[in-house]
Write a protein that binds this ligand. Sequence first.
Ligand code: SAH
Length: 563
Amino acid sequence: MIGLISATAAGAAARDRLAAAWPDRTRVYEGPAGEAVRAAFAECDRLVCFLATGATVRLLAPLLGDKAADPGVVCVDEGGRFAVSLVGGHGGGANELAYEVAELLGAEPVVTTATDAVGLAGLDTLGLPAEGAVAAVSRALLDGEPVALEAELAWPLPPVPFAEEGAYTVRLTDRDVQPGPQEVLLRPPSLVVGVGASKGAPADEVLGLIEEALREAGLSVRSVAELATVDAKSEEPGILAAAKRLGVPLVTYPADELAAVSVPNPSDAPLAAVGTPSVAEAAALREGGELLLPKRKSTAKPAMATCAVVRRPARGRLAVVGLGPGARDLLTPRAAAELRRASVLVGLDQYVDQIRDLIRPGTRVLESGLGAEEERARTAVAEAREGHAVALIGSGDAGVYAMASPALAEASDDIDVVGVPGVTAALAAGAILGAPLGHDHVSISLSDLHTPWEVIERRVRAAAEADIVVTFYNPRSRGRDWQLPKALAVLAEHREPGTPVGVVRNASRPDESARLTTLAGLDPATVDMMTVVTVGNTATRNIAGRMVTPRGYRWQHAPEGAR
Ligand code: SAH
């Protein structure tokens, strides 16, 4: 919950805007600012104070305790010009909140935490537990001193400008090692512990066995991602308690699924008890990975628990990101976040140029020229399979005549895929033209490089017959000049010569141009590959120079058969 505190009328107005925008995330604290701050500090995980920084600092000072536990506090000035991340920048979430509040109020975010100031993620914000010399190594990175990454396993980390070698190191490891004096250890959740237990096995026995097994195998308990067992043991108190004390979830599988997993040490006892020859090894191996520690029994007499440890392969992350039609403010905040999140960026060189300033230091950029679509898709998937965080970018929406389908056709279920929608050219053009897409509409690409012309023409004809608004993508290029006139002729068989047609070139780019003409009046020579052409249906009108397709056109226009 975000506590909101204000002292003046202007502050209250800005506060109310925030409260209205985030009704479920915020709580307004009324009354004298001092009491309000104290109450919110105790009850909320973040605060926004519409107060001077000086006043806020004085009120907060006696309340501040531990930077890991204190709420993050953002200050907004009287004029609503700045959102200052005051305390708890990373752990308290104040930096992120300052950006969000600034975005909403149209203010400038003020973030002074060093690593954020230069666009680097702090080492404690990489999404993994960090141990060791976090402050010193973050500072070294910031000062441009070489910091080397020693990754013992692959993991989809955000970008960090690591050097080949350096006096400082960041070690990504699930092994039970101690950090050196100039070293940070990052702990990936890479280990799965399979657990078997007889009815009534004590929690101490289960936990003791797990800890001892990890110690002996030289593995860190901080890298345990989950405990796994058979469905029949999902309520076994000793296993549940062990998971709880380790702070990890318990995952369970049906016995027949475990019976199908091939394991080195099957036995008859669990087969008789729960219907699978292996519980610990099979549950740990169920989702794949490498068996680091085969089944072992606890040393109690009689032994009531077994465990086995598996290292899972890293799941890379592929974000398929639409950049929008061109203008920066039509690129979504989520797309920008994914560009910052990826350590490998794959895209057409001209699209990379469009967002180069958003790329963080340490990002590996793989750009290529026009025509290398298949290769880009393959590269992006291959990088994700190696465990990296990859962003594959496309203009408009990356799923519309773009990279998403070739990439996903290539991908298997061993990577995570995240799609970020973008404003596609038809929508950008529609907003410029007026409201041409107010009723049913289709997009048709006139590029016959990958699609036979007969198929394209059949679809244009179907749209014509069904009286659907049509937006043509890839309408005309130097080598392809007869397709657009032909498509327009097909539409003209079913629509009046005066039907409105919108032509938008470079929507939202610096040299944007738009024209509203008619089916008869359109000169195809004015159309090129930077253009979309939207042809209205029989109800579309030019109203005050804007292209409008009525929504309720049942009343204004009845199709032939319905009259
Ligand atoms: N994924 C893109 C489309 C790629 S196909 C999207 O969702 O918008 C390329 C075609 O899109 C171009 O030939 C052109 O017809 C159209 N296009 C892309 N961006 C455009 C823009 N800013 N203005 C007008 N048309 C655009």
